[in-house]
Structures are given as structure tokens and as C-alpha cells.
Ligand binder design. Sequence first.
Ligand SMILES: NC(=O)c1ccc[n+]([C@@H]2O[C@H](COP(=O)([O-])OP(=O)(O)OC[C@H]3O[C@@H](n4cnc5c(N)ncnc54)[C@H](OP(=O)(O)O)[C@@H]3O)[C@@H](O)[C@H]2O)c1
Length: 267
Amino acid sequence: MSTALVTGASDGIGLEFSKILASRGYDLILVARREAVLKEISATLVAEHGVKCTVISSDLSKPKAAQALFKTTQKEGLQVDFLINNAGLLHNGFFTQLDLGAQENMMTVNMLALTSLTHLFANDMASRQRGHILNVASLAAWMPIPNQNIYAATKAFVLSFTQALHNELKAAGTGVTVTALCPGYTATKMMDNPQQGAKLAIPDGMMQSAADVAEQGINACLKGKATWIPGFANRFTAAITHLFSKMALARLAGSFYRKNLSQFSSQ
Ligand SMILES: NC(=O)c1ccc[n+]([C@@H]2O[C@H](COP(=O)([O-])OP(=O)(O)OC[C@H]3O[C@@H](n4cnc5c(N)ncnc54)[C@H](OP(=O)(O)O)[C@@H]3O)[C@@H](O)[C@H]2O)c1
């Protein structure tokens, strides 16, 4: 029986990763901050699929959270065959008006925790000559995005880091594959969360389901792909970014975001 660890398993795409993996017979380690929510999800997955589920509450914005999480899995004798670095957060808005601490937390969760977990578990997997890692980036990784500039930069980091590491691990014959998943707009709470600063209105028809994104990500990772962009429209968007200079892309994205960003009504 293989075991998968999913960060950000309490909601959105992470919850869908967990459901799909349980339905395929994976034992699970569910990680997020909200322990009570994870316990409920765990009880449902155990009842529905007869898999083993371990819940680990962790705030990945805290210093050395990744190291503590890795240590917990080791102490509990849990061997991770499939790591999904999915936890992430988004802040929209005008750079100088956004709270700096919140931006720092976003950078820590989206980049530092993901990198540390990849390092710790990739080493462990390489010692067994097998394992899969799926790092959740975004279509935002493919261009500079005004009014979402740090988020897009964190995802550009994830994409670049993962593509380079994919080649490195393959060339060294480690038996470990690593894949960057780049979803476009996906229907989760992330798209409608007052904590994120400003709300982005997404035109009809541009939103994918979290279940579809998760399924495509898992399949691409198990096939050992370096990068996967779910959905034809998203793949087309990523492809045409190569036709423009970065500053032209920033101008295009900037005018789209300025037109479609608004404050949450509760603010
Ligand atoms: N939705 C989209 O349109 C979209 C598009 C492209 C890429 N993505 C990426 O997909 C991933 C999942 O996003 P989503 O849309 O599913 O978001 P979501 O519904 O808001 O879920 C985010 C998950 O991350 C966890 N999380 C947040 N902060 C955390 C922290 N400090 N420590 C540990 N866990 C934390 C949350 O759990 P707790 O609150 O319980 O901690 C939750 O389970 C993210 O990396 C996101 O950037 C999303």
C-alpha cells in the first residue's frame, strides 16, 4: 500500500487530491491548520475507502514547520511515496497597501515550506529509489501580474524550481519524479476569500472544477511529467505568453486586473 501526504488537504484542490487518492487505495497523511476539519475529512475517507488516514495539524507559515512535519512522519513510522505540496495562499491588491506580514506569510507557505518539504522527502524517496512529488504552481507563474505581483512571483519560483529539479533528479537516476501543476482559475474558496485583499471577478467559462484539476495533476505526476497545465484554454494562454515580452505581458495582465479587481463588500 502506498502513502500520500497532501498539504492544504482541508479545502479546495487539496481536498480533491485527498478524495481521489483515497479512492485509488492510497493511505493518506492530511496536513493543514484546521485539525477539526481534517479529522472530519479523515473519518469520511476511512469509512468510504477503507484506507488509513493520519491527520497532522501544521501552520506552514511558521519557522521550521516543514522540518517539524517531516520529523512527525518519521516518528510515526510513516513512509511517504507521494508528496503533494498544495497548500498556498493568495493576496490581491495594490502592493504598498497590502499588509507586509501577510505577504511574508504567503511567500513562506508558497515557496519556503514547499522547498523544504521537497528537499526532505525527495532525499527520503531517493534512498528507496522511488517516489513522486507534485508541486502546485499556477498559470500565474507564466507572467508578471500587477496587483497580484508577489503571488505570481511565488508561483514562478515553484515552476522554475520544479522544472529544474525534475531534470536533476531524472539525470541522477534517483527514481524520484517531480511535477509542477499549473492550474488556471479554479472554483475554490481561494477565489472568494475576504482575507486575500481584493476580489477578482472571473469571466464566465474561465473557471475549472477543483476535482478536474486534481485528477489531471495526479495523473500527470504518476506519468512522470515535468509540467502540467490543466485545460486547453490554460495551455493556450501559457503557450502564447512566449510571443510577448515580459513587460508586454505585465501591461496586458495589469489592465485585466485593474478592470476586474474590486473590494470585498464586507471591507
Ligand atoms: N483556486 C485557484 O484558482 C488556483 C489557481 C492556481 C493555483 N492554485 C493553487 O492551488 C493550491 C490550492 O489552492 P485552493 O484554491 O485549493 O485554495 P483554498 O481552497 O483556499 O485551500 C487552501 C488550503 O491551504 C491550506 N493552508 C493555507 N494556509 C496554510 C498554512 N499557513 N499552513 C498550512 N496549510 C495552509 C488551507 O487549510 P487551513 O486553512 O486549514 O490551514 C487549505 O486547505 C494553492 O497552492 C494555490 O496557489 C489555485
